[in-house]
Design a protein around this ligand. Structure first.
Ligand SMILES: [Zn+2]
Length: 454
C-alpha cells in the first residue's frame, strides 16, 4: 500500500466539467509520486481523520483560504516576456516584424535568455500557473535553458524551439536557414528537453512550427514526420486573424485547419493557438483529430479581429484550453484571462455596435460564466495536452494553488450573511492579485508561496 505523503485540509473549488462548480470542504491526500489518493468531503469524518493521521505532512489551510487546481496556460511566448504590456496598438503583422522578431532574435545571447527565464518562471508560478506550454525562440541553447529553469523551479512545462524558415514570412536575420536546418535543430532541441525531463521530471518537448505563414511547405511536412519519429506533441497558430487566415487561403486555397491536417500536424493533443476564424467544418476536423484550441481572449482583443465562439466550440465538444499569449496578451497568469474570456463572450452575445438593432447585433447563445472559464483554464487545458491534472480527482496529479481572500489588496472580502461559496469563487476568479496567492503546488510539492522550498 502506498503511503500518504501529504494531506491538505480546508475548503476547495474545482470545475471538472464546463458548467458545474465543485465545492469540497474536506481533505485531499497525495502520494509520494504527486498523485491524488483520496478526496474526502467532510474533514471531521472518521475516514478523513484517519487519513490525516497517516500523512507524513499535514497542510491545514486558514479559514479564508481556498484551494484551486493549478492553472494550465496553453499559450506562452517565453521570449516575449520583456515586451509584456507594450506595442498593442499595432496590427499583428507589424507587431511581429517590428517588435517581436527583433526581441526574439536577441535570445542568441544565452546570458540574456537566462536573465529573462529567471524572472519569468517564478513570476508565473507565483500566479498559480503550474503548467505552461511555451514557445521558445529559434535558439537551441535558450530553449534548453528554459526547460532547465522550469525543471529546477518546479513548473510543469511543454517547451518548444520555434521552427520558421519561410523566405518572405520571416525576416532574414531571424529564421532557420532552410527546412533541413530547421528540422535538425528541432530534433536536437526536442531530444535535449526529453533528456532534462527524463532526469528532472516535469518538462516535455513540443514541436513548434510557428505558423503556416512563417514556414515552407517542406518544413511543415517535415515537422509532421518528426512528430511521428519522436513521439512529440505539436503546437502552432491557427486562423488567428484576418491577415493570417487570408495568408493561408491565398497560398493554398484552403483553411489553416485543413492545411495543418494535410501537413500531418493536426493530431491528438496538437495545440492550436487562437483559432478565432475556424469554421464549423474546421472545428469538426479539430475535434475528430483530437486536437484543441488555446483560447487567448485578451490577446484576441488586440490582434484577432473577432471573438472566439467559445461556447459553440465547447458545445461541439472541441477541446479548449486558456492561454495568456504572453506578450500578445498584456497580462501574465490565467485568472485575469478567465475574466476576459467571460467579457469577450458577453460582447459576442450582445454585439458591439450600438447603431445596429439589438435583435441582430450579437450572436445569441455565446455567453459563458466564470465557472466555464475556470474549467477551460484548468481541466480543459489539461485534457487538451493530455495531462492528468486540472481537477481534484483521485488518480490525477496534485497541482494546485491557494488563495487567501483576507490578503487581497484588490477589494476582495468575504461578507458575512452575503457571500456563499459560489460567490467567493467568482470573487477569487475576478479579484485575486499575486499578493493573495499563498501557496502553489506542483506534483504534490510546495513550489511557491509561504514556506516554499524549491
Ligand atoms: Zn502566439
Amino acid at each position: 500500500m502506498s503511503g500518504i505523503e501529504l494531506a491538505v485540509t480546508g475548503r476547495m473549488f474545482h470545475a471538472p466539467t464546463p458548467d458545474a462548480l465543485g465545492i469540497i470542504d474536506g481533505v485531499i491526500t497525495v502520494g509520494a509520486d504527486g498523485v491524488i489518493l483520496d478526496v474526502v468531503h467532510d474533514a471531521s469524518s472518521p475516514m478523513a481523520i484517519e487519513l490525516v493521521s497517516r500523512a507524513r505532512t499535514v497542510w491545514r489551510m486558514a479559514p479564508h483560504e481556498r484551494l484551486l487546481p493549478g492553472l494550465v496556460d496553453t499559450h506562452v511566448h517565453a521570449p516575449q516576456w520583456p515586451q509584456l504590456g507594450t506595442g498593442l496598438d499595432l496590427p499583428l503583422e507589424s507587431w511581429l516584424f517590428d517588435h517581436t522578431f527583433p526581441l526574439e532574435a536577441r535570445y542568441a545571447d544565452v546570458g540574456f535568455a537566462r536573465d529573462v527565464w529567471e524572472h519569468m518562471v517564478p513570476t508565473l508560478l507565483g500566479l498559480g500557473t503550474t503548467t505552461a506550454v511555451y514557445y521558445s525562440s529559434i535558439h537551441e541553447d535558450a530553449t534548453r535553458l528554459l526547460a532547465e529553469r522550469c525543471a529546477v523551479g518546479g513548473q510543469r512545462a511543454f517547451v518548444g524551439r520555434v521552427a520558421m524558415d519561410h523566405p518572405t514570412g520571416t525576416p532574414e536575420w531571424y529564421r532557420d536557414e532552410s527546412a533541413d536546418v530547421a528540422l535538425e535543430r528541432s530534433r536536437r532541441s526536442a531530444r535535449d528537453v526529453f533528456e532534462i525531463g527524463a532526469t528532472a521530471g516535469l518538462v516535455k518537448p513540443i514541436l513548434t512550427p510557428r505558423f503556416i505563414p512563417a514556414c515552407s511547405d517542406e518544413l511543415l511536412v517535415g515537422m509532421g514526420r518528426l512528430a511521428d519519429e519522436l513521439g512529440c506533441t505539436i503546437q502552432t497558430h491557427c486562423s488567428e486573424s484576418d491577415w493570417e487566415h487570408a495568408n493561408v487561403r491565398d497560398r493554398f486555397g484552403r483553411s489553416d485547419t485543413e492545411m495543418l491536417d494535410a501537413f500531418g500536424l493536426l493530431r491528438e493533443r496538437t495545440v492550436l493557438a487562437h483559432g478565432n476564424l475556424v469554421s464549423t467544418t474546421d472545428a469538426a476536423l479539430i475535434r475528430a483529430r483530437g486536437a484543441g484550441i488555446a483560447h487567448c481572449p485578451l490577446s484576441n482583443s488586440y490582434f484577432a479581429n473577432c471573438v472566439l465562439p467559445l461556447r459553440r466550440l465547447l458545445d461541439a465538444e472541441v477541446r479548449v484550453g486558456l492561454g495568456s499569449d504572453v506578450a500578445g496578451g498584456a497580462w501574465p497568469g490565467l485568472l485575469p484571462q478567465c475574466a476576459h474570456a467571460v467579457t469577450a463572450s458577453r460582447m459576442l452575445e450582445d454585439g458591439v455596435d450600438g447603431s445596429i438593432d439589438g435583435d441582430c447585433r450579437g450572436v445569441s447563445g455565446s455567453r459563458i460564466d466564470s465557472v466555464t472559464a475556470f474549467h477551460v483554464a484548468t481541466a480543459g487545458g489539461a485534457a487538451m495536452i493530455g495531462l492528468d491534472a486540472g481537477a481534484f480527482i483521485p488518480g490525477r496529479r496534485f497541482d494546485a494553488f491557494a488563495v487567501d481572500t483576507k490578503r487581497s489588496a484588490n477589494g476582495m472580502r468575504e461578507w458575512d450573511g452575503i457571500d456563499d461559496e459560489s460567490r467567493i469563487f467568482e470573487k477569487i476568479v475576478r479579484l485575486t492579485g499575486p499578493e493573495a496567492i499563498t501557496s502553489v503546488w506542483v506534483d504534490g510539492r510546495l513550489r511557491a508561496g509561504r514556506a516554499a522550498v524549491v
